[in-house]
Design a protein around this ligand. Structure first.
Ligand code: HEC
Length: 149
């Protein structure tokens, strides 16, 4: 009989990481899963995409429904959702403000991208982004699939 007690915790250790893997790794992931998985599954967001404004509205509305956390928690959640459940971003057509907001880069980095395309012409491919002085292109790697030219 004793064995059963050992088996249950062993099984849950096995199940928890398997579930956690369904979301991309990134800052804010665990606070998002803990805060947003209380009433419905956190996976309610899967398949949805939105700009920062859209996710901010959703998160505000969930706070209104009773989601609890600190202001910093909710900021992290909005950042996480904007980054990993964001809209496609056209790097040639977006304003610096939209680049900064939707790609989660600094306004200086966004300005550097705009300066590059103004001076050298439109970005044509991923490799062009690494030529922008002042942009940490590694930040964009995890969201490469959302970047359009
Ligand atoms: C206190 C309970 C509660 C918590 C915590 C909560 N939600 Fe919700 N959520 C709801 C309810 C209730 C609905 C259904 C509302 C509806 O159908 O309009 C919902 C629906 C949703 C939907 C689908 C409808 C829509 O507005 O697009 C999304 C997306 C969503 N929640 C995201 C989140 C996120 C992100 C968080 C974490 C910040 C979160 N929820 C935390 C209660 C909660």
């Amino acid at each position: 009989m004793k064995r059963l007690f050992l088996l249950v915790p062993a099984l849950s250790l096995f199940l928890i990481p398997a579930h956690a893997q369904s979301f991309p790794e990134g800052p804010g992931k665990s606070v998002f899963e803990n805060t947003c998985g209380g009433c419905h599954g956190a996976d309610i967001v899967i398949g949805q995409t939105g700009t920062r404004e859209v996710w901010q509205d959703t998160v505000d509305s969930m706070r209104g429904r009773g989601a609890t956390g600190t202001d910093d928690d909710f900021k992290l959640i909005v950042n996480y959702l904007t980054k990993y459940f964001g809209v496609p971003v056209n790097v040639n057509q977006s304003t610096a403000k939209d680049l900064a907001s939707n790609l989660d880069i600094t306004s200086d980095e966004a300005e550097a991208m705009v300066k590059y395309r103004t001076d050298k012409g439109n970005f044509k491919e991923w490799a062009d982004l690494s030529k922008v002085q002042g942009l940490d292109v590694k930040k964009l790697e995890p969201i490469k699939s959302r970047i359009k030219f």
